[in-house]
Structure formats: structure tokens, C-alpha cells
Design a protein around this ligand. Structure first.
Ligand code: HEC
Ligand code: HEC
Length: 390
């Protein structure tokens, strides 16, 4: 049958149903289930939409990915559930706070039983690195952790849960904890059509949630998209001022593109380098990628982190050793240390560390530019908020 005819027929059937006032109620959670869940949780009666909406300049090039909405809903509850940690006091959200783009304001985060992490928590409001670009570094993708050692959120989550400084739980213990919590039965039923709780399902649900965390609702993305529409691509960004930026923001954009984009990425999506040493010390306690590989040239190399939401995610660097954005600019301005593995992009022709010597105006411009990288929606988006009733 021809498509138009189908459409017309569907419209006629649909309107006549309405006329007869037939009440077709969509059944989602069973009433009893919803009531039970609602004792502990503040969830909508039908799952939020967790499909990742990417700006045009990305979705024209990449597939943004579809999400199972119920799986992500389950993931949201798991993300905020302290029952996932040894002492029942730590959830993923303890170290990844929505208000500050899912980062932590402390250099090292508090884990269970008074333990602290050995690295600075990474912001998660950067799904640009996740859904579209994440994966195995050997294929030019962005892996997880400061030492690029996990290729999926599932792997990352399992290791985080198992880390004694972070959650201190075996996955088998998580399964038995969750089996005892009544609100998980309906959530698993909706997500997986079964109440059988397994380690894989738990990790998949966490992954569905984490991968849905966006960071695109920024002034930067809006302007990038305009640029793309006008010119058919996102190249030559440096030559064109953005119409929606003021003079200072445009100046900051230029400095960023000249001095920082060669590592942190031109569109601040995938980084241009996935690993580097940026000379924050001569002796690193934490050898980063080198500690894993044992290779001398990998010593003190770390993930090149995203600069999305960067005005919110202090303190900075893998060890949280740089307290403020001004201190970061001091570092790149004249504080880069000549570590043997310092990246060539941070060396001048003679090999000495680059001194960017930012003027006060340049610093102010960079900071104004960084402020356009904040996704303000994300910070209060109910879909990613704590669902537990206090
Ligand atoms: C006690 C604090 C703590 C808890 C709890 C915690 N994290 Fe993290 N998270 C961190 C730290 C610290 C890092 C960086 C660790 C590293 O690189 O070695 C990190 C890194 C990550 C990353 C990697 C991001 C990137 O860009 O590479 C993801 C994803 C993540 N955490 C998600 C989670 C999830 C999901 C949970 C719950 C299952 C969780 N975290 C629980 C502190 C924590
Ligand atoms: C040679 C590559 C390279 C260049 C060029 C570079 N960075 Fe970095 N940047 C890194 C690496 C690697 C790290 C992480 C280092 C660590 O944690 O030890 C980092 C970390 C940062 C952080 C901390 C992010 C966080 O979440 O903690 C900020 C902010 C930052 N850089 C800003 C800049 C700015 C601004 C410029 C330009 C003026 C710049 N970077 C140029 C490689 C680079």
C-alpha cells in the first residue's frame, strides 16, 4: 500500500478512537510495583528520554546512539545507591556531583571506611568523549581513567566498584545486596523483562546511564554548529569570529585554538592527543600510563582530559595538584617543567619547555572562553539527579 494512504488510514482510525472516547491507558509499571518503588524513589511513572541528542555538527557525522530508556533509569538508581559500597555510605555520585558536572571539589575523593582515592575524580559531563568517541586507544579512541586503562564504562564501573579506595565491593556482593532491596525488582523487570539480577546487567545499566550524560548544551556548541552550517565543516575555526561571542570570548577562542587545541581538541570533543605529559612536576609519584606499561617513554603520561565544563571541575590534573583555573594558566604561562617525557607540543624549538607568557587580558579572555564550555542544563537536569527520597 502506498505510504500516504497508510498515513491517512492511521489518522482516521486514530481520530475515530478519540471520538468514541476509548480510554487506552498505557500500562507501564504495575500499580503495586510503582507504589513499592515510590516508598524509596522519586521516579517518573514512565521513563525519561535518555537518547543522546547531539548538536548538528556531530550528528551529521556520527551516529549519536539510541538508549534503552528503562535500562538508563535503572542505571540512574544504581549510580545514586550507597548500597553499592562496602560501608553503605558511598555512591558513584559521592565523587561525581551533578552540580559540578559530575566531578568532585576535593583533590582526592572520600571512599568507604575513611579511605581516599589516589587520583582526582574525572568529570562525567563529557559524554562527547563517551558515546561517540570512547573505546580502545589503539584505534584512536578515548579510553577511561587518567591512565587510559579502561575501554568501556562497564569495565570502568566494575573496577571502580572493586577498588578498595572507591567502593570496595566484589560484584557478587553487589548482586546479593541488590537482591535484598525491593525497589530493584520492578526496575529490572522494566529494563530487562526479568527480575533476575546479574553482574552484567548491573554494569550495562550503569553504562547506559553514564553514556547518556550530555555536555552539549553550551554556547560553544551552538556557535560551532552555526559555523558548520555556514561553511559545511568545522575547520578554519581560527579564521572566523563567532557571531554569538563577544570580542573577549572570540579572543579567548583564538588563544585556545593556537595554544591548547593541538592536545585538547579543536572542537573540544575527542582530544587531538589521547595521552601526554604536560610538565606539572619533575618527579611523579604516580607514573600514569607508564606504571601500567612499564615503558620508560610512557612514564608520567596521562589522559588528555576534556575541557568541557572546566570552570566547574577544580581542582585540576590527575592528582588535583593545581587548585584553580588561574593556577592552570600560570602553569602553561611559565611553569611547565622540563620532564624528560614532556610532550613535544609543549617544547619550543630548542627543546626547552614553552612559556606562553599570557598577559592579564589573555588570561581573562581564556577564562571567558572557558565559561562558554559550561553546559548549564546538565547541572540541573532532573533525568540525571538523585532519585532517592531523603
Ligand atoms: C570514591 C570516589 C569515587 C566513586 C565512588 C566513583 N568514582 Fe568514578 N572516578 C573517581 C576517580 C578518582 C576517577 C579517576 C580514577 C583514575 O583515573 O584512576 C574516576 C573516574 C571515573 C570515570 C572515567 C572518566 C574518564 O573520563 O576517564 C568514570 C566513567 C567514572 N569514574 C564513573 C563512575 C561510576 C559509574 C561510579 C559508580 C559505579 C563511580 N565512578 C564511582 C572517583 C570515584
Ligand atoms: C601537549 C598536550 C597539551 C597541551 C598543548 C595542553 N594541555 Fe592541558 N593537559 C594535558 C594533559 C596530558 C593534562 C593532564 C595532565 C595530568 O593530569 O597530569 C592536561 C590537563 C589540563 C587541565 C586540567 C583538566 C582537569 O580536568 O583536571 C586543564 C584545565 C588544561 N590542561 C588546560 C590547558 C590549556 C588552557 C592549554 C593551553 C593554554 C593546554 N591545557 C594545553 C595536555 C596538554
Amino acid at each position: 500500500m502506498n505510504k500516504m494512504l497508510c498515513f491517512l488510514l492511521a489518522a482516521v482510525v486514530f481520530t475515530s478512537c478519540l471520538k468514541e472516547g476509548a480510554e487506552v491507558q498505557y500500562k507501564y509499571y504495575e500499580d503495586a510495583d510503582f507504589e513499592l518503588m515510590s516508598k524509596t524513589l522519586n521516579l517518573p511513572s514512565k521513563a525519561f528520554d535518555y537518547n543522546l541528542v547531539t548538536p548538528g555538527y556531530i550528528s551529521r557525522n556520527f551516529f549519536g546512539g539510541n538508549n534503552n530508556q528503562d535500562e538508563a533509569t535503572l542505571g540512574r538508581v544504581l549510580f545514586y545507591d550507597k548500597a553499592l559500597s562496602k560501608d553503605n555510605k558511598v555512591s558513584c555520585a559521592s565523587c561525581h556531583d551533578q552540580k559540578i558536572a559530575f566531578s568532585d571539589s576535593k583533590a582526592f575523593s572520600d571512599g568507604p571506611d575513611g579511605k581516599v582515592t589516589t587520583r582526582n575524580s574525572l568529570a562525567l559531563g563529557s559524554v562527547l568523549n563517551f558515546s561517540v568517541y570512547y573505546g580502545d586507544e589503539r584505534f584512536g579512541r578515548v579510553p577511561f581513567f587518567w591512565d587510559n586503562s579502561a575501554t568501556t564504562v562497564q569495565e570502568q564501573a566494575e573496577r571502580t566498584i572493586g577498588n578498595p579506595n572507591e567502593m570496595g565491593m566484589k560484584m557478587s556482593e553487589v548482586v546479593s545486596r541488590i537482591n535484598k532491596l525491593d525497589y530493584y525488582q520492578p526496575l529490572f523487570k522494566e529494563a530487562y523483562q526479568t527480575t533476575q539480577i546479574t553482574e552484567d546487567k548491573i554494569l550495562n545499566a550503569i553504562s547506559a546511564f553514564v553514556n547518556a550524560i550530555p555536555a552539549y548544551n553550551t554556547k560553544w556548541d551552538k556557535e560551532l554548529d552555526n559555523h558548520f552550517v555556514k561553511r559545511g565543516n568545522t575547520t578554519n575555526l581560527i579564521e572566523y569570529d563567532f557571531g554569538g561571542y563577544n570580542e573577549i570570548q572570540n579572543k579567548g577562542k583564538k588563544i585556545y585554538l593556537k595554544a591548547c587545541a593541538s592536545c585538547h581538541g579543536e572542537t573540544i570533543g575527542a582530544p587531538a592527543e589521547t595521552r601526554a605529559n604536560n610538565g606539572i612536576a619533575m618527579n611523579y609519584k604516580d607514573g600514569g600510563i607508564g606504571d601500567k606499561s612499564g615503558i620508560e617513554a610512557d612514564k608520567a603520561l596521562f589522559k588528555v582530559p576534556t575541557l568541557r565544563n572546566i570552570m566547574l571541575t577544580a581542582p585540576y590534573m590527575h592528582d588535583g595538584s593545581i587548585a584553580t583555573i588561574d593556577d592552570v594558566l600560570d602553569h602553561y604561562s611559565n611553569g611547565i617543567i622540563n620532564h624528560p617525557n614532556l610532550h613535544s607540543k609543549l617544547r619550543s624549538t630548542g627543546g626547552a619547555p614553552v612559556k606562553m607568557n599570557f598577559t592579564n587580558d589573555e588570561r581573562a579572555a581564556l577564562k571567558e572562553f572557558f565559561a562558554t564550555l559550561t553546559d548549564h542544563e546538565l547541572l540541573k537536569d532532573e533525568r540525571f539527579s538523585d532519585p532517592f527520597k531523603k
